[in-house]
Design a binder for this molecule. Structure first.
Ligand SMILES: Nc1ncnc2c1ncn2[C@@H]1O[C@H](COP(=O)(O)OP(=O)(O)O)[C@@H](O)[C@H]1O
Ligand SMILES: [Mg+2]
Length: 229
């Protein structure tokens, strides 16, 4: 029995930093809106006022010495608030929620990258998120080096353009190649475990190539016929 019965569609985008999630989320939202759907775009960590404060803490390079378990707990604190305040109400109204990262990110980064394992993450998900599952998760699989490079360039451009005192979001970028390899491996393991929910998309091509794949998958998997056609 689903813990969260709802009429909407919950779609999440996952993948390494810089693989193009935010880019693709906006493009997908535009297509779905043009089709006549009511779409909410949001992100994790963050998505609420409290969640954005937690995001700042989690991603800011100035945050040092955070233990892996504290990191995991903060991710879930942000998520529990996000579900209650944003995701669940929107789904109850029958809207489409497009979310940039969700629990799979915790399983990949804290479970895999930080070596906390999947079990702790899945247990917290059950307790703190009522086991809420996306109808569809797009896992954007990309070249590790290219992704990390892109994220670094994007963040440098942002930090340079922002007024002093604003946070940078580089804390995870200081991780090693081995860390990101573990993240990617954990992501692919989730996809192998839950093939009916998670679809892996090749994100190594142009943004346009990736966009076309994603739109096709969303329409096919969720049987979303345009409302305005
Ligand atoms: N397919 C692509 N090829 C090359 N650059 C891309 C592609 N998709 C996105 N980018 C650029 O790479 C950077 C990271 O993309 P972004 O969407 O912010 O990734 P994410 O949200 O996954 O971290 C941005 O500067 C973006 O414009
Ligand atoms: Mg992003």
């Amino acid at each position: 029995m689903p813990t969260h019965p709802h009429r909407g569609k919950f779609i999440t985008l996952e993948g390494l930093d810089g693989c193009g999630k935010s880019t693709q989320l906006e493009r997908l939202a535009a297509v779905l809106r043009a089709d006549g759907f009511s779409v909410v775009t949001t992100r994790e960590p963050g998505g609420t006022e409290t969640g954005e404060k937690i995001r700042k803490l989690l991603l800011d390079t100035a945050t040092s010495g955070l233990s892996p378990l504290s990191e995991l707990a903060l991710m879930f604190a942000s998520r529990a608030q996000h579900i209650k305040e944003v995701i669940q109400p929107a789904l109850a109204e029958g809207r489409i929620v497009l979310c940039d990262r969700f629990t799979d990110s915790s399983e990949a980064y804290q479970g895999g990258g930080r070596k906390l394992g999947s079990e702790a993450v899945l247990a917290l998900h059950r307790i703190l998120c009522g086991g809420l599952q996306p109808e569809l998760t797009i896992l954007m699989d990309s070249e590790l080096a290219a992704s990390v490079d892109r994220a670094r360039r994007r963040n440098q451009a942002r930090t340079a353009g922002s007024s002093s005192g604003e946070s940078d979001e580089n804390r995870f970028e200081h991780e090693s190649r081995a860390f990101f390899e573990r993240v990617r491996t954990a992501y692919l393991a989730i996809a192998a475990r839950e093939p009916q929910r998670v679809v892996v998309v090749d994100a190594r091509g142009t943004a346009e190539d990736t966009h076309k794949q994603i739109v096709e998958i969303v329409r096919r998997k969720l049987k979303l016929a345009a409302k305005t056609a």
